[in-house]
Design a protein around this ligand. Structure first.
Ligand SMILES: Nc1ncnc2c1ncn2[C@@H]1O[C@H](COP(=O)(O)OP(=O)(O)OP(=O)(O)O)[C@@H](O)[C@H]1O
Ligand SMILES: [Mg+2]
Length: 334
C-alpha cells in the first residue's frame, strides 16, 4: 500500500515574509492516525490548508492519496474529508438533514447516502437525536455530526484541524474514541492537528512535533518519550546563587544537568531514588530549594527537549476564519 500522504520540503511563506511552514517532510501511512502537534502559530493550519488544496505552497511538493497536490488538486479534493474546529453544521436543520445536505453537496448517490447516513448516525451515537435541530446539540454531538459529514463521501484521507478544541476533557476523550472507530471501520487515514499533548499521546499512532514552521521531532508517542532518556527532575533553588551544575552533575544517578534562568533540569534513569539525594546535596551546598518536581517522560518534556522551551497549551486558537475556508472548499467541489 502506498503512503496516504507524502510531503517533501513543503513550504509556505505568506506575504510580508511570514515563513509559516519552513520545508517540512514526512509520510502518513495507510490507515494511520498521524498527529501534528504544536503551539499557537506553529504552522499546523497552514500545513492542513496546503494538503487540502485550499492554500498554494510556495515550495516543495506533496501527494495525498497518491495524487500530486500541485498537478491535480481536483482529484485530491475528491479523495479527502475535512473537519475544522469551527462548527460548520447548519443550526436550523436537524442532524440527519445536515448529513443529507452534505451527501448532496458531495454528489453521493441517494440510495448509498441513505445507507451510509444510517450507519454513521449509529456509529456516532446520534441515532436518538437525528431529528433534533442542531442548535440544540451539545458541543460533542456537533463534533460527532461533523465527523460523520467528513467521511460521508468515503474519503481515503480525513483531515481534522483541532477537532476537539473547545470541548471539555471528557468530550475530548470521547471524540478520540470516535476518530479511532472511523479509522478501524472505514479504513481511512487520519491527519489530525492538535495542541493538546495528552490527546496526541493517547490517540495518535505517530506524532510530528512542529514549532515555528519546522518539524522538531517525529515518531510514535512511545519513541518520542524514550528519546528523553529518563525521568526529569526540575530543581528550583530558593534564591539565586553560584552555579550548582558541577555539584548536581556529580551526584550518582544524575545523567545530565541543564541550567535554566531560575531552575535546573536534571535527567536520571532513577528519578525517585535520586530526589532525596539532590535535596540533601543542595542543602549541604548552602542552596536550599524552593521546590523539586519529578516527572516521568511525557510529551510535555519531549517538547521542551526539542524546542528548548515549555509547552503552553492553554492559549487557544489564533483567529483564522476557517468557516469561510470551509465554504470555499465546498464551493470548489461543486
Ligand atoms: N493569511 C496569513 N497571512 C500572513 N500570515 C499568516 C496567515 N495565516 C497564518 N499566518 C501566520 O503563519 C503562522 C502559522 O499560522 P497557522 O495558523 O498555520 O498556525 P497554527 O499552528 O495553526 O496555530 P493555532 O494553534 O493558533 O491554530 C503564524 O505566525 C500566523 O500568524
Ligand atoms: Mg490552527
Amino acid at each position: 500500500m502506498p503512503d496516504a500522504i507524502v510531503v517533501e520540503k513543503l513550504e509556505k511563506t505568506y506575504p510580508g515574509d511570514v515563513r509559516a511552514v519552513r520545508g517540512v517532510s514526512f509520510e502518513v501511512h495507510e490507515k494511520e492516525i498521524f498527529g501534528f502537534l504544536g503551539p499557537n502559530g506553529a504552522g499546523k493550519t497552514t500545513t492542513v490548508s496546503m494538503l487540502t488544496t485550499l492554500l498554494k505552497p510556495t515550495g516543495g511538493r506533496a501527494t495525498v492519496a497518491g495524487i500530486d497536490l500541485l498537478t491535480d488538486p481536483r482529484s485530491v479534493r475528491q479523495r479527502i474529508g475535512l473537519v475544522f474546529q469551527e462548527s460548520t453544521a447548519d443550526d436550523q436543520l436537524t442532524g440527519e438533514e445536515n448529513l443529507l445536505l452534505t451527501a448532496a453537496l458531495y454528489k453521493v448517490p441517494p440510495a448509498e447516502a441513505r445507507q451510509r447516513i444510517e450507519k454513521l448516525l449509529e456509529q456516532m451515537s446520534l441515532g436518538a437525536v437525528r431529528h433534533r435541530l442542531v442548535k440544540t446539540y451539545s458541543g460533542g454531538m456537533r463534533r460527532r455530526l461533523e465527523l460523520a459529514a467528513g467521511v460521508l463521501h468515503t474519503p481515503q484521507v480525513l483531515f481534522l484541524d483541532e477537532p476537539t478544541l473547545g470541548l471539555d476533557p471528557q468530550g475530548r476523550a470521547g471524540i478520540g474514541q470516535y476518530i479511532r472507530q472511523m479509522r478501524d471501520q472505514f479504513g481511512v487515514s487520519v491527519f489530525i492537528t492538535t495542541h493538546y499533548l495528552e490527546e496526541a499521546d493517547q490517540l495518535c499512532d505517530r506524532i510530528a512535533i512542529i514549532d515555528h514552521g519546522e518539524i522538531r521531532a517525529l515518531g510514535t508517542p512511545h519513541e518520542l518519550k524514550d528519546r528523553i532518556g529518563g525521568d526529569v527532575l526540575t530543581v528550583v533553588p530558593q534564591k539565586e546563587g553560584p552555579d550548582l551544575t558541577p555539584m548536581l552533575s556529580a551526584i550518582p544517578g544524575v545523567l545530565s544537568v541543564q541550567k535554566g534562568p531560575d531552575r535546573y533540569r536534571l535527567k536520571s534513569d532513577q528519578g525517585e531514588a535520586i530526589t532525596p539525594k539532590v535535596v540533601q546535596a543542595c542543602f549541604a551546598a548552602g542552596a536550599p530549594l524552593a521546590s523539586v518536581a519529578l516527572k516521568r517522560p511525557s510529551l510535555d518534556e519531549v517538547f521542551l527537549e526539542f524546542t528548548g522551551r515549555a509547552y503552553r497549551e492553554e492559549e487557544g486558537p489564533s483567529a483564522t476564519d476557517l468557516a469561510l475556508r470551509m465554504n470555499t472548499f465546498r464551493g470548489r467541489r461543486r
